[in-house]
Design a protein around this ligand. Structure first.
Ligand code: SF4
Length: 208
């Protein structure tokens, strides 16, 4: 497979920066080589007036096939966590820092590959434009890739998860583990512990 050159998605942004125009324009994005591995662009989804935005790493196998974010097993877990937190998924906007699925074949399976810094940077204009269009009240980064892309490379989800931060991105910003990491926990007890930790937030916002 030819892997192509890294450009920036900025070259693909439409004139109108509303969510509908952005989603349409992102379908044709070829700014990084991941358009060759993913079936389609998986753009964010949710109401334009959403006050809560959740950002993950990239679409997974199921999301790649369906063209929608967080619809696979991790998405189901996210739905349950949101329900426990009293948030209706339909009122939140969910997206990823990278919009195409990066994977490697292992037999018949497509195994998730972490996007690299160049791919994350190339895709960033889409996420920035989504956040600019939405201007959310609360931003939740799911997992280390999203947290480090948005909050800085020094951010450690294991250390800082659940802490309320003040940032330029949203009045309330926090990061927690990605639901797929809970699915990878070795047993039910470990999964229960992880879920309890990820739904907990500390009270006082820290300046960032
Ligand atoms: S991953 Fe992002 S930058 Fe790369 S081709 Fe897909 S939409 Fe464009």
């Amino acid at each position: 497979m030819s892997m192509g050159a890294l450009e920036s998605a900025a070259a693909f942004l439409p004139d109108r920066l509303d969510l509908t125009s952005l989603r349409d324009a992102a379908r044709t994005c070829t700014a990084c080589p991941l358009h060759l591995t993913g079936t389609q662009t998986v753009f964010g989804e949710g109401p334009a007036r959403a006050r809560v935005v959740l950002v993950g790493e990239q679409p997974g196998d199921r999301e790649d096939t369906e063209g929608r974010p967080f619809v696979g097993p991790a998405g189901r877990l996210l739905d349950e966590a949101l329900e426990e937190a009293g948030i209706d998924r339909a009122t939140a906007y969910v997206t990823n820092v990278v919009k195409h699925f990066k994977w490697q074949a292992r037999g018949k399976r497509r195994i998730h590959q972490k996007p690299n810094a160049g791919e994350i940077a190339a895709c960033r204009p889409w996420l920035d434009a989504e956040l600019e269009a939405l201007r959310p009240q609360a931003l939740v980064c799911l997992g280390a890739t999203a947290a480090q892309a948005l909050l800085g490379r020094q951010f450690r989800v294991t250390r800082d998860r659940g802490r309320l931060l003040e940032s330029a991105l949203a009045p309330l910003t926090l990061a927690t583990v990605h639901p797929s990491s809970i699915l990878r926990a070795p047993d039910e007890e470990a999964r229960r512990r992880e879920r309890a930790c990820s739904s907990r937030t500390s009270e006082s916002p820290r300046q960032r």
